[in-house]
Design a protein around this ligand. Structure first.
Ligand code: SF4
Length: 639
């Protein structure tokens, strides 16, 4: 049955809301397919505002992969701002896609990509606006299957009541397999209804359907989570796409209509990271390292620029300077685009993988505006704890060379609230920044150089060695940051060249609850949403008090609390809510690495050393995939 666009009802509301252009769709490289001639229809959601959601690579890739299939349709939907939400409720306009402005409730599947847990209240908002029951148990065959993906899906227990399923790991191949199963089930006349299609998805071993797993407690503690039916595996494994060159997406990047967080095209140059930073969930859950080839990258840059007209290319990964052929890649691209408006950037680089030759190649067509590094910890001691093996001498050498080569601005990222951290570890951030300015003045012979330090609150994450760690309470984090600010300003002659940016510790505690929570935390999320919680990643919308009150009201009658989920240290024998979700990492290896952290022992990168048995490659049937290929960029198209 045909589905009508809701645009005629939406359009009169748009002059009354902020940034109406974000709701109209029609971006360059977007697609609207015919509803009636397609069999499987996906709505893909990024649960944040358009300006954050549109550049999201995960959604962009799946959108294109799915729309390439003739009988499949995929459209995008984002969280609507509270001003439009109020008008949509008043006028009965449902959650819609920005492509065909079709009601999200009419699709077969709603795939939601969570980069952060702070998007959970926006999921509930979208479900409710779409007319989809909040609780998966209340849905019928007429409602979409709600699937969670993204990094937060590695512990979907806090949203287990609201999603039908979760997919761990890479999505490219997973969405095709899910599409095949849904297509076959629909063509067979939907035998067994919703229960049967969810069972078929769960049977693959790579789709987690929470309702098929019983969750019980002994006192406050979680019992092992076990399946409650035969056809369902005891553990659910993550997906890993091995040959990135076979998946050169996005081929035609979406070009935003409204201002967005990234006004550039991104090309993912490799996936995974084995540096082993113990705080880094992204690095742990995306192992092993899989590099895209030089030719593959060169081709994607060429075709993507041609299709989009962007003037900047970000070479994306978790630590881009770590690509084994990064020098050839940047030189090849800088040669190819010499004298044009096309600029290159490496959005994330490590101090120890960076050098000035690389920086010079990157800035050949652009301004030497700023360099960004993430030492993460202020003292050598805390950097050993977190396994961020970069020395202060390395950093000073690198930034001195940068200032000597014409850069005027260096940004340094740190975390506060790390396991075992003391005031002194944090105060050493000030000493490091002051040393950077002194060394920079000496190297450049100028006084007007700047260093900005940016500090975020640490949140222990599932599937990392810090999953057992007590989270630092916000009062301690805030007190340390105040002391740090005083230390930075203690030497006025240098302090005025140092900028300091930080957030208070409270949102991190809520993120901690949502990251390491179990199914009991779902009640808190629902209460916060019902009491007006929206856009929790935005300081102007986030209410700490609302979360604290909801946690007290919902958790304490169950014998647990906000502290129980956050500032409490876990024991080795404790069942963790994600133990039945397999990231490939061996739990004993993670525990041993946690013990190594406490005794300040570092661990090497397995890319360049023999395997140290984290468990991923044998359990997932994967391997590290790195160069050198010994080949150069092809084709070296003159521009
Ligand atoms: S199994 Fe070995 S080679 Fe593979 S990611 Fe883990 S440590 Fe590295």
């Amino acid at each position: 049955m045909s589905v009508e666009s809701v645009f005629p009802q939406l359009e009169p509301l748009l002059p009354r809301v902020s940034k109406p252009v974000q709701y109209v769709g029609g971006e360059l490289n977007s697609t609207v397919k015919d509803w009636d001639t397609t069999t499987v229809r996906w709505a893909l959601m990024y649960p944040d505002a358009y300006e954050v959601g549109l550049p999201n690579q995960g959604v962009m890739i799946l959108y294109e992969v799915l729309n390439e299939l003739a009988d499949v349709l995929a459209e995008r939907t984002y969280a609507v701002w509270p001003d439009l939400e109020a008008l949509m409720r008043e006028h009965g306009v449902p959650q819609f896609t920005v492509d065909g402005h079709r009601p999200v409730g009419a699709f077969d599947l709603l795939g939601v990509s969570f980069s952060t847990e702070l998007g959970y209240t926006n999921l509930l908002g979208a479900l409710d606006l779409a007319g989809i029951p909040l609780h998966a148990a209340d849905r019928t065959e007429d409602h979409p299957i709600v699937l969670a993906g993204g990094h937060a899906a590695f512990n979907p227990e806090p949203i287990a009541d609201f999603v039908d399923a979760a997919v761990l790991g890479d999505g490219e191949e997973a969405v095709l397999e899910i599409t095949d199963l849904v297509r076959a089930w629909k063509q067979e006349g939907r035998p067994g209804g919703r229960d049967e299609i969810l069972t078929r998805l769960a049977e693959t071993g790579g789709v987690y359907v929470p309702r098929f797993y019983d969750v019980t407690y002994t006192g406050a503690a979680l019992d092992p989570v076990v399946p409650n039916r035969d056809r369902v595996p005891a553990t659910v494994a993550k997906r890993t796409t091995m040959d990135l060159d076979a998946w050169p997406y996005p081929k035609k990047p979406l070009v935003p209509l409204a201002e967005s967080v990234h006004e550039r095209m991104s090309v993912e140059i490799f996936r995974g990271c084995t540096r082993g930073c113990r705080f880094c969930q992204a690095g742990m859950i995306t192992r092993p390292v899989r590099e895209r080839s030089i030719q593959g990258i060169g081709d994607m840059v060429h075709k993507g620029l041609e299709a989009s007209g962007f003037e900047e290319v970000g070479l994306l990964s978790l630590s881009s300077a770590d690509h084994s052929e990064i020098a050839e890649i940047t030189k090849g691209l800088a040669d190819r685009y010499e004298g044009t408006n096309t600029g290159l950037s490496l959005p994330s680089t490590r101090v120890d993988a960076f050098n000035i030759d690389l920086a010079n190649e990157l800035s050949r067509n652009g301004r030497r505006s700023g360099l960004t590094f993430a030492p993460e910890g202020g003292s050598e001691r805390i950097r050993r704890v977190i396994n961020k093996t970069v020395s202060e001498a390395d950093l000073i050498r690198t930034v001195s060379a940068a200032y000597a080569n014409g850069w005027r601005q260096v940004k340094l990222y740190f975390m506060c609230g790390l396991p075992t951290e003391t005031d002194d570890d944090v105060l050493q951030i000030a000493a490091m920044a002051q040393e950077v300015i002194r060394a920079g003045r000496k190297a450049s012979g100028r006084k007007d150089i700047r260093c900005t330090i940016s500090i975020g609150g640490f949140v222990p994450k599932p599937h990392t060695p810090f999953q057992w760690a007590p989270q630092c309470d916000p009062d301690t984090v805030d007190a340390r940051l105040r002391k740090l600010r005083d230390a930075v300003n203690s030497d006025r002659g240098i302090g005025r060249n140092i900028g300091m940016r930080y957030h208070d510790g409270k949102p991190s505690l809520v993120e901690g609850l949502l990251s390491r929570g179990d199914r009991r935390v779902g009640r808190v999320i629902e209460r916060v949403w019902r009491e007006g919680g929206r856009f929790d990643g935005w300081s102007e919308h986030f209410s700490y008090e609302r979360w604290i009150e909801a946690a007290a009201n919902e958790l304490e009658p169950l014998g647990v609390s906000l502290d129980w989920f956050t500032t409490r240290e876990r024991t080795e024998d404790e069942v963790l809510p994600w133990d039945h979700l397999d990231s490939g990492l061996d739990k004993q290896w993670l525990w041993d690495d946690w013990q190594d952290a406490l005794s300040e022992q570092e661990l090497d990168d397995c890319r360049w050393t023999p395997c140290f048995d984290c468990g991923v490659c044998p359990s997932m049937g994967t391997d590290i995939e790195i160069g050198p290929t010994g080949r150069k960029l092809l084709p070296l198209t003159p521009v």
